[in-house]
Structures are given as structure tokens and as C-alpha cells.
Design a protein around this ligand. Sequence first.
Ligand code: HEM
Length: 397
Amino acid sequence: MTGPKPATPDYAADLFSDEVVSDPHPHYAALRDLGSAVWLPATGVFAVARYDDVRAVLGDAETFISGEGVGFNRIVNDLTKGNTLNSDNPEHDHLRSIVASELTPRAVRGRADGVAEAAQRVVAAAVARGEIDAVADIAQAMPMSVVPDFIGLPTRGRERLFDWAAAALDTLGPDHPRLESAFETAGLQVQYAIDVAQGGELLPDSLAANLLTAVERGDIGPEKCPVLMLDYLGPSLETTASALGHLLVLLARHPEQWELLRAAPGLVTAALNETLRLESPLRGFSRIASRETEIGGMPVPAGSRVWPIVASANRDPLKWGADADEFRIERNPVDHVAFGYGVHGCAGQGLAKLEIHAIIHALLAQVRAVELVGEPVWLVNSIANTFASVPLRLVAA
Ligand code: HEM
């Protein structure tokens, strides 16, 4: 992607290379030092890395629009056009009222007991197993035990959901060597969404079945179903798995924080927030400037692609203090932007928080110590900040 180069600082590194996505934080710090908007010639976008600027961009959905796609390549932006994530008002509010109607706090609260029981089972199985891969056995096992049923997916195909979800997030990145195979894998997810929606396979009383009801009522056209299914399939699994994987690694690496949590279970929500702040599951989606504008005084021409990096905003020392890179659960950073901000702020955050809460409570009930038994392995991905595997032991309480 190319674009005009204005009078803003440049940063030469390719922020989507395998090396950088595996260790991005020194680069985010350099971007924050350079200014409010920084031109990335390798990608052809303006990076926005400071907390206040990221909030300002995400909070102004008329200037910084999503309807031209929030990814970094034309193919993915064309393919996903017209779902909730990739739309602007008035269409966005209409779609969101349908997609999020069963994700309201009240609707999600109704699932709390089932989620809590599932979490206790997932942790009990992990404790019994001894050494585990925390990614497969907890981080993925938790959302797998509630989300597919909630969405209404048939049992067939569930074993591929995580591969597809990670690949789908990777397809949002710019043209890079991983892109072709990511598209191949993510294409299977799209086909699956079409097949289950058209084949009458969706479970009743589910998020997806609700979409079909909206079609029957005439609220949306039938052609919208597969693309709106992607609103559910894309962000609902890998994001929560990322948060849970990071939570376990952070607790293992900071036993004093684990002891603090055990001594003061009232800090559960604070621990959840601090995990999402420090290791934001999504680096950030992009926007297009709908008009000539400025970000923190830096000029941004109309039509530019702009990248508010939430993972960087969440580590900005100007917002969080000099110890922004440290895991400190008592910080309780309630205004982190890991779920985004503004009209596109995460529609599924109630469900994600419920799952993460439930796992922390299950750990507190069943586990004395969380120990790494090997080095975590990163999953190389343009958008997701997540692990491929985490060798771990949960010592029974
Ligand atoms: C820890 C877990 C999660 C994280 C960190 C996360 C993060 C995000 C972020 C950053 C956005 C904003 C994107 C933007 O502004 O362009 C978003 C939007 C969205 N998320 Fe989540 N998400 C999570 C879990 C979920 C779950 C479980 C679901 C569904 C069940 C979900 C459904 C959505 C939807 C539908 C949108 C689009 C909202 C809109 O455009 O109005 N997310 N998420």
C-alpha cells in the first residue's frame, strides 16, 4: 500500500515482520517518542501510538471511518465490507443492534452459571493432567466450551475454529509472506459460515439463529448472514484465548502477584484489566481518514490509512506512569483500550470478561501455584498478540 508522505516523522522498521510482531514493544515505545502520528513507509500508514491520540482517533468515527475496511490490505477489506466491524453509521448502529442484541450485560449474565461450571471443569482437568499446554488445555478450552454453543455452531468443524480464527486475524495484516496461506485457511472459515448458515445447521436459541430471525423479520437481507457470522467467528475465540494465555504466563512469571490475588480475591477484576492492558490481545485495527485532518497537530491527508495501536496506548507511560511495562494488578486500569473505544468498542466484552473471571475464580479455588515448565512459544500473527503453546504446571491447592 502506498500513500502521500506528509511532514510527520518516519519510522523505517516493518511493524508486521515476523521479528517485530514477536517483540513489538520497543518499537511502540519508539513510535510514542516520535510523535502523535508517525508515517510507516514499509506499510504506507500513519501509526498512532500514544494513549490520548488513540482514544481521540477511535472516538471520532466520522473522521476516522471503518467502512473502507479496518485491515491493511485491499482484498480483506473488500471481503469483509458491510459487517459490523467494517461499517459506518447509520448502517453500523443498525447492524450492531442486531449482532449485539444477545450480547447485552443482561443476556450474558444469564450464562454466568454455565460459564463458571465450565471454567471449574477446564481447570480441574488441567490440574489432574499435571504438565499441560496452557494454550490448548485452558486458554482455548475455556472459550471452546462456551462460545461455539453460544454462537450456535454445529459440532462439525469445531476442531478447526482456532486455526481459522488466527488465520482470519492474520489476513487483516498488510501484504507479507504469511498472507497467502492465511487467506487459504481463513477462506475455509468463510465457507463454513456460509454452509452452516445456508444448510440449516445452526443451533436454535443462539446468536447466529438470531441473525436468521432478523432476516425473516426483514431487518437485514439474507446476503448479510455469512458476513455478520464473521463478526462472531472472527473476534470471539482467539482474543479470549490470548488473554487467558497471557494471564497464566504473567501469573507464573510474577508469583508475588499471584499470592496477592490469593490473599485478596477482590482483585480478580483488577487482574483481568491489568492483563488486558499489558498484553492487549489485538494490536489494533486501522481506519481511513474521511477528510483532511490532524492528529495531535500532525497533518493527516484525506484518504490516509491510520493505525491506532491499542497495544501501544495501553503501555504509554504518559498515561500509566514510568512502570507501564510492569504487571501490577493493584493498578486496576479500568480505562485501558484493549476492547477498543467509541462506537466500535467490543460488542462481546461482557462474554469475554465472564470467561476470564470464571477462569481466575477456578484457579483461586483449585490451584496453589502456577509454574512455567518451558518457554512459551509465540504465534506469529499481524493482528493477534498470542501464544502458540505454553508449557505449564498447575499445582493443586
Ligand atoms: C478478550 C477478548 C476480546 C478482545 C480483546 C476484543 C477486542 C475487540 C476490539 C479491540 C474491538 C474494536 C475493533 C475496532 O475498533 O475496530 C472489538 C470489536 C468487536 N468484538 Fe471483540 N474482543 C474480544 C472478545 C469478543 C467476543 C467474545 C466477541 C463475540 C462473542 C466479540 C465480538 C466483537 C464484535 C462483534 C466487534 C465489532 C463491534 C463494532 O464494530 O461495533 N469480541 N473487539
